[in-house]
Design a protein around this ligand. Sequence first.
Ligand code: PLP
Length: 520
Amino acid sequence: MTVVQNNPEVRVLGKPQNFSPPCCWFPLSRQKTILEYSFKFLRVSAHGQGIPIEAAMESKRFRYVSTRASKSDSMTYSFQDVLLKGFAPDGGLFVPVEIPKLTEAILQEWSRLTYPQLVVAIAELFISPEEIPRIKLSQLIQDALGSFRSSNVIETHHLTAPGHASVIELFHGLTLAFKDLAMTCTAKFLEYFLAQSQQHMNIIVSTSGDTGAAAMSAFRDSPHVDFFVLYPLGRVTEFQELQMTALAATAKNLHLFGINGTSDDGDDIMLDLFNDSAFAQGHNLSSVNSVNWSRILIQIAHHFFAYFQVHRDGERAPVEIVCPSGAAGNLSAGLFAREMGLPIRLVACVNENEFVHRLLSTGVVQTDATVKQTLASAMDIQMAYNMERILAKNGTNFPQNCSQKLSEVFVSSKTTDAEIRAAMKRCWDEEQYRVCPHTATAIHYHYKQTAVAGGEDTRRACLATASPIKFPEALTEAGVPLPDMTILVELRAKPHKVVQLKDKNSWIPSVRAAIELVSK
Ligand SMILES: Cc1ncc(COP(=O)(O)O)c(C=O)c1O
């Protein structure tokens, strides 16, 4: 930690002068490599194999540690701790101590489950029945996913050609983005614990477009939660902004702030509040950004579901799960699914904000000076904080096999706006199927691979992370005809509420004051 702290090239999120976790550190230098910065591969992969479920019945099951804990650190946390805290006390992210390894018999059984049943089966492996009894857990998840626009919760579209790709539509929740899946379940879990303890909690998220509406919809009218959302003004689509401002006008417990900055600036504000541990503790502050393990836990199910959609015949050949990536939440969930025994390879598709691509393809840990605005705006993120779940900083020894291990699991692909437009257009022209600009980064990867020898043979599942209807501007730019936009017209007609913070100096004081005001 000291090496990094004294290095002027390191970007510090939070308060540099008064370091107290949580805080994230990333080097800015173009020269530094992952080796020089001595990242260690996260426990989950360093230990590699996972443990049989039977053996996992021992004491470590259902316990969590911080990504920043040393091997000798015996401090572990329950699911409830992890859910309520969001960040680990040392500033790291929570990961399970042990990953259950699934047998072929379980994989076979799971391949016949509906999506909600799959979520329940996975949650049962990571949440102790003493914390949430099994019947209650299943009820909470069924209730959460019962609000979806599709009775199947997730739909699948199999691309007709070329090669073999299934598009896994994760966007049939109330706010039309994949965030609804994990956010609705997380809200139910939180309400369950808060109702038991009769506690009040202030929750804050920073959004690049979709998390805000999903969270506001999931926590609307929650009797135990006041919810604060930060979004970057002018950097989300009209549809996304109207969803949030309309939701904010419907419930007293929802507080929306538009800041004149980027979504990374929103993350910085959030971290600054958490860095003031007296403030964070005093106001019972937490976050349900994908820093929160509960979100990652539910998202593990995407990967199993996607795999079984590709291999409906019970085959166990490897599948590439192609993930449009921003903060790397889906990638990190995929890594856990893989460790549990799912034969997948993960493809990280980014837009022109290429932190994750650079790290995975070259080992260089480096952010650009600014966040680029792209058509896939919800992925306009430099600081992919979930990479900490994939790599945990060590500061001393770097395992020789880390880069090799990463390349066994991950492939990455960068997509320009022109390539996003081309993929959206081609998909429409070839099969009258609309994809959003984020999903287009995955479709672009598929098209690119099918153009190279042998690339057609690989089985792929492309995660469709948002409904195309949220991005009419991008559809039009790509030359794809708009679908029925009644929903946008209805959104425009609703009452709206937002506090706009245009002066940078007002960001933190205003959000702090709002939290202080509602704290009970
Ligand atoms: C539509 C869409 N696609 C992709 C992403 C990136 O997801 P992740 O944070 O899991 O990398 C986001 C998240 O902000 C999103 O809203």
